[in-house]
Design a protein. Structure first.
Length: 136
């Protein structure tokens, strides 16, 4: 079993480098086209030259990679107000805007409930008037 360990490690590195190369976006591949890197990994995988070359020189890693964040850190200028990232400190119930929006929503729901109750009373009265025969 111990004799198989080096072979399994080489195979695992080979498979990992191949999958990593396949899933890397084209703009992150350095020095050669992606197809050439795949061929190098496949052809020289058994002697570890292909996977080691891919790890060393084939892909942008660490600090060289461009950050894919929606907003530049620390910058909010230049964005419209509705797209500007908001930094929230504390709990939402400490935010006066949030509390005001809750009050507004509650008032809207109370008004809607009053309308429904008034409509229900009106309909009940209409049904009662239809059911009662007219008295002479």
């Amino acid at each position: 079993m111990l004799r198989m360990l080096p072979f399994l490690l080489v195979l695992a590195l080979w498979i990992w480098a191949f999958i990593d190369c396949l899933t890397t976006p084209e703009e992150e591949v350095k020095h050669l086209p992606k197809v050439v890197w795949i061929i190098i990994i496949l052809l020289f995988g058994e002697v570890l030259l292909g996977p080691i070359a891919w790890l060393a020189a084939g892909k942008q890693r660490g600090g060289a990679r461009s950050r894919n964040v929606p907003w530049p850190s620390g910058q909010t200028a230049g964005y419209p107000e509705y797209e500007r990232p908001r930094s929230r400190s504390g709990a939402p119930d400490d935010d006066p805007e949030f509390l005001a929006s809750l009050k507004k929503d509650n008032q809207k729901h109370e008004d809607m409930l009053k309308q429904w109750e008034a409509d229900l009373r009106r309909r009940e009265e209409q049904l009662r008037d239809k059911d009662e025969p007219e008295k002479p």
